[in-house]
Design a protein around this ligand. Sequence first.
Ligand SMILES: [Zn+2]
Ligand SMILES: [Zn+2]
Ligand SMILES: [Zn+2]
Length: 460
Amino acid sequence: MKTRKILQALLMISLVAVLLLSFAACGKKKKPAPTEATTEPTVMTEATQSTEATTAPTQAPTEETTESTEPTCEHPNAKMVVDKEPTCRIQGSQHMECEECGYVGPAEVIEKIDHISSDWIVEKEATCLEQGNQYIECTMCKTRQANIPIPKTGHTPGEWILDKQATNTEPGKTHQECDVCKEVLATAEIPTTGTTGLAFKQNQDGTYTVTGIGTCKDTVIYIPGAYEGGAVTAIGEKAFAGCAKVEKIILPSSVTEIGDRAFYDSGIKEFTVPASVKKIGTQIFFQADKLDTVYYNSDYANETAPIFGATWIRKVVFGGKKVPAYVCQGASGLSEVVIGKTVTEIGNNAFEDCTNLGTVTIPDSVSAIGEASFAGCSALSNVVIPDSVTRINKRAFAGCSNLYTVTVPASMTKIGEEAFSGCKKLQTIDFQGKQAQWDKITKGTNWDYMVSNYTVNTKE
Ligand SMILES: [Zn+2]
Ligand SMILES: [Zn+2]
Ligand SMILES: [Zn+2]
């Protein structure tokens, strides 16, 4: 066993020796042309070095005639010369040079280098509503290495901008826009400014009620739309009662309620009930005997008591959807009524016993004349009922003792019970349709009771 191991070892040694010798011989043959060999630079370098180490001391003097005269240079100060810098895409190359002996080594590969990252580059800036984009690239090859969105910034609300100053009668306007993109972010109404010095009280919900004239000495009063940051929503009970010098009070659209006897015994001459008003107390104009004209734009109706009862109101102009029931019942000073284009219905008893009412203008938007709405209007002499009306309800014109002529449209389908009962002076009914149409109209019991001597004119 021992002898066998020794034999194996000897065999290995001799093999190594043979290999070394053949290597040396190979290197020697290639040495004269080092610059030509470019394909395998690393192997070439090792070969040259090993040649130097193994062959120089033993065989060089015998074979190399030209070099044998000079001493062999071991290139102690050899430098690597870069022929081509490597990039992130392409390998570079370099070679060794010895200045002392002029030796030029074979070309060697310089491996590719890593990408060189740039800083973040903004490709698209973010805006208020859209995200932007940024990326990192290689500064050499421009390959993108990372890409992330830039979050949208959102609007930057700026100061409120005044569009229109509020006045005593008109609310103003203001808006807020984005400082960056100028988009309008919000709009708001500025409450009407008002007369100063009035007295207020705060309501539980933070709104305000006008409670009195306070220190104000004006004859024309503008109720402000807001007071100390809260909307002015009501005129309180007896707020202007006894204010003999006040001739006009203008309400803003924030007011929804007028309290009992709000203008009782005041000097008020003209008044507008805005459409915003949803509730009116009793006797608001009681004993306000200077009251001349009221513009009634609300749809509020009090089914039990007249809004303009017990006053000397002369004229009412209706601008809502309906003439409320009982609104002017017993208003003995009322001489003129204008029913606006928006009105479709005249409520029950609306003008009952308005004994001075001589002029009524009814536009062609009204479809029905309510029960007893003009009953007892003893000053009414001529009534023109427009084309739009299809029904004259029960007692509508009963007791109009001075009614002389009535114009009835062809659209009429029903004339209620006692509608013209007691119209003792009625002479002419001008019907705008044919006799056959007139005959077809449904007529209630006693519709013409106590009307003795009238004629119906038809279109025939
Ligand atoms: Zn050298
Ligand atoms: Zn690159
Ligand atoms: Zn913006």
